[in-house]
Design a binder for this molecule. Structure first.
Ligand code: PLP
Length: 312
């Protein structure tokens, strides 16, 4: 099986402008059976750092449907660390499917009030855990920071090794860490980044700054900026929300591409935006690679009738 596969485009993308668009997908969602997508890559350098600091406990943060917590549990399961997760909000007596997996992978859950959770590393609960365990290595929410981005810089190497023939890559963003890591790699072509969050137009600066730190001498700031295209208006209602248009698009996409499932929070919105531009004849590339960042486990937070990939 190749990790790069062709997407079937609807006829509206092909006919009116006589442009032969080629859109392929890099199936990051098929890597690492239990920890697919970008989150595994974001963890790698954090885990090395924890090891080199001689930490025996690793802690992190996430919500009850978090892809990051899910990947964290699955990745640490086979490693000699004790794993701790601070979960946003009160724990319900009935755990979410995500948290059930995380517990099964051996992660200790510490529920936190939303108010305390907001303080991140300065939260009360963090100091309680530090007192309890000592020498805890903390990974930021979502696996971010320079070390998280470094893992995605490496990921871009893996992807470009399979095929370097693309004019543009597409990736979804939340914190922008993944996009920054990919952008910092000289092998990445033009990078189109679609934010799943509402009201984050300034994230472009964040991505280019973080990419600059990683790129060092290999690319100038101007070169990085010329490669980066950032969209903050494709969130379809906000984080984890789905507009009626997006829902209709997903049905159509799932019908045309039943074997290429998109996730409900990130990749569906990027794909909607790219195909929308192609339908208008406004996508300026012929050969595009869409990087699937995973997140399919997140569908378990949505009702079955909104999921076009659910078996009925
Ligand atoms: C977390 C996540 C993203 C966003 O990654 P960032 O590095 O935070 O920008 C994109 N897609 C999926 C499926 C994710 O789970």
């Amino acid at each position: 099986m190749s990790f790069i596969q062709p997407i079937t485009l609807p006829s509206a993308c092909l006919q009116p402008f006589n442009i032969q668009y080629k859109l392929d997908i890099y199936r990051g969602d098929l890597e690492h059976p239990n920890a697919p997508g970008n989150k595994w890559h974001k963890l790698q350098h954090h885990l090395k750092q924890a090891e080199s600091q001689g930490a025996s406990v690793i802690g992190t943060f996430g919500g009850p449907f978090s892809n990051h917590l899910h990947a964290f549990g699955a990745t640490l399961k086979s490693m000699p660390f004790k794993a701790i997760a601070i979960v946003r909000g009160e724990l319900q007596p009935q755990l979410t499917p995500t948290l059930r997996d995380v517990v099964e992978d051996g992660v200790e859950l510490w529920p936190s009030s939303r108010a305390d959770y907001r303080f991140g590393m300065d939260a009360q609960i963090v100091s309680e855990i530090n007192q309890c365990y000592g020498n805890v290595y903390w990974i930021p929410e979502g696996g971010g920071g320079v070390l998280g981005a470094m893992g995605c810089h490496d990921w871009a190497n893996d992807i470009s090794t399979i095929d370097e023939e693309y004019d543009a890559w597409v990736v979804s963003s939340g914190t922008g860490t993944t996009a920054a890591g990919i952008l910092s790699n000289v092998k990445a072509p033009h990078l189109h980044v679609f934010s799943a969050l509402k009201g984050e137009p300034n994230q472009r600066v964040l991505i280019s700054t973080l990419a600059g730190e990683l790129a060092g001498e290999s690319m100038s700031k101007e070169q990085l900026d010329a490669k980066l295209f950032f969209y903050s208006d494709c969130h379809e209602g906000g984080y984890a929300k789905q507009s009626p248009l997006l829902k209709a698009f997903m049905k159509e996409f799932a019908h045309n591409n039943p074997n290429h499932p998109l996730d409900p929070v990130y990749t569906c919105k990027s794909m909607f935006a790219v195909l929308g531009a192609m339908k208008k004849g406004a996508w300026p590339y012929r050969r595009t690679l869409f990087i699937h960042t995973g997140g399919l486990q997140g569908w378990r937070g949505y009702s079955k009738d909104t999921n076009p990939y659910a078996c009925s």
